[in-house]
Ligand binder design. Structure first.
Ligand code: AMP
Ligand code: ZN
Length: 469
């Protein structure tokens, strides 16, 4: 497989550090609110990378964090008069619900910054001992110029950065906060302020800097060197650049082999973001569309390209997904009645060729857009070439292949069966009759069957009421 590596700005052959195993670290969200669909893009894209590597037989260790201590969380907690952890725990749970609805697999480990403080303190100590960090009045800074490779990921020259910082520098001096040796130095540990959560440290009570958490959590859950580090392209500088500086300075080894960055989800050609206010949460979009459509929409573009969000494009994705699901349900119906026979060598060869082309697209820097086109071709082939005269094996071979490839993309190829009101009411009537006849086992069985269909029953004085979960 080839992966475009931000570090070298080239597509490179992917070769894991340990044969058959891949360690992936993806920077996760800061949990102070519901996630928006821009935040969902890296989750979907890199979940698809993970699924594809698993399909290829790799054992994948997938780690993605929650940033659960941060100015925005603290501000929100103060506004609501609760502890910061109340806010972060609430939105971690909400985020997990959204990820599930987007069919994003549970991470191997989902670390939280506040639970890893001792390891962060350890890394800071190492950096101070090696001369890469220093403390002033309870703040610990990373000495950026002590790391010779600074700028290698974002391809920035450290001296250009210096001049770009002059204005900030001036502002800091004016406000009397300038205690850094160099304006390029960044914070590893910041001292406690009134009303903020804090932890004890050798430099006084305080909390860690944002960049540090990913260096520490990736080391703990993957190792000093990780195969693939990923996130949105806004994280390249300074976040990922700073992660490299901290980790390589502390561990004396390369930090990440491959750096993958997704392009922005835009709206009216502007980045979707909380601060611009031009965002939709996954939750609100979920009320309008089935979220499998949003996943399909995200994957219909290459992950490095910007993607504009619009109702027209989502509608197009909806139609595309339906085309696949309709073909699959036709094949499912045929499977029920077609008789067993020979698998046609022509169909087998066609299916094998589609699978090969799907893999070639995915091997080309995760080109999900082309991979989806292959599935569309497959569906077209199935609609025109598999019908009367086909054997059960022909139908099954095609259906299994479509299912397998859709599963790599996390796309559900089988339409959820629609539950009709009349069917629900018939079952409820049957349950009432069973109860009347004192056949409670059957009554319970029907209640469970309805519950599996997502129907909740409530026995009231006026009779049985029901609602969809
Ligand atoms: P944040 O909570 O802002 O740190 O973002 C969490 C993840 O979402 C990071 O990987 C960001 O790069 C990514 N992200 C945020 N906004 C967008 C967007 N509009 N399009 C794509 N990715 C985004
Ligand atoms: Zn990070």
């Amino acid at each position: 497989m080839q992966i475009f590596n931000t570090l070298t700005r080239r597509k490179e052959n992917f070769k894991p550090i340990n044969e058959g195993k891949v360690g992936i670290y993806v920077c996760g969200p800061t949990v102070y609110d519901f996630i928006h669909i821009g935040n969902a893009r890296p989750m979907i894209v890199f979940d698809t990378l993970r699924r594809y590597l698993m399909y290829k037989g790799y054992d994948v260790n997938y780690v993605t964090n929650f940033t659960d201590v941060d100015d925005k969380i603290i501000r929100r907690a103060n506004e609501e008069g609760v502890d910061a952890s109340v806010i972060s725990e609430k939105y971690i749970a909400e985020c997990k619900t959204d990820m599930k609805s987007l069919n994003v697999m549970e991470a191997t480990t989902h670390p939280q910054a506040t639970k890893e403080i001792p390891d962060m303190i350890e890394m800071i100590k190492v950096l101070i001992d090696k001369g890469h960090a220093y403390e002033v009045n309870g703040t610990v800074y990373f000495r950026t110029r002590s790391f010779a490779d600074y700028g290698k990921l974002s391809h920035k020259n450290i001296d250009d950065l210096e001049s770009g910082h002059r204005d900030d520098d001036h502002a800091l001096k004016v406000s009397g906060e300038d205690e850094k040796e160099d304006p390029l130095d960044f914070v590893l540990w910041k001292p406690k302020k009134e009303g903020e959560p804090s932890w004890e440290s050798p430099w006084g009570d305080g909390r860690p800097g944002w960049h540090l958490e990913c260096s520490v959590m990736s080391k703990k859950y993957i190792g000093d060197i990780i195969d693939i580090h990923a996130g949105g392209e806004d994280l390249i500088f300074p976040h990922h650049e700073n992660e490299i500086a901290q980790s390589e300075a502390a561990n004396d080894t390369e930090f990440a082999r491959y750096w993958m960055h997704n392009g922005f989800l835009k709206i009216d050609n502007q980045k979707m973001s909380k601060s611009l206010g031009n965002f939709f949460t996954v939750r609100e979009i979920g009320e309008k569309y089935d979220l499998s459509i949003i996943r399909f929409f995200m994957l219909s573009a290459h992950y490095r390209s910007p993607l504009n969000f619009s109702d027209e494009l989502v509608e197009a994705a909806k139609n595309g997904l339906e085309r696949i699901q309709t073909a699959v349900s036709r094949l499912s119906d045929m499977e029920k009645t077609y008789v067993s026979g020979e698998l046609s060598p022509v169909i087998k060869a066609a299916v094998d060729d589609y699978i090969k082309r799907f893999e070639a697209a995915m091997d080309d820097d995760l080109n999900t857009a082309d991979a989806i086109s292959v599935i569309f071709e497959m569906v077209k082939y199935a609609n025109t070439n598999i019908g009367e005269g086909a054997s059960f094996e022909d139908v099954s071979c095609m259906k299994t292949a479509i299912f397998k490839l859709c599963d790599v993309l996390g796309i559900v190829a089988e339409k959820k069966a629609e539950v009709l009101d009349s069917d629900i009411e018939a079952l409820i009537a049957e349950r009432q009759a069973a109860r009347k006849a004192k056949d409670f086992a059957r009554a319970d069985e029907i209640r469970n069957q309805l519950s599996e269909m997502g129907i909740i029953l409530e026995d009231t004085r006026e009779g049985v009421k029901w609602k969809r979960a």
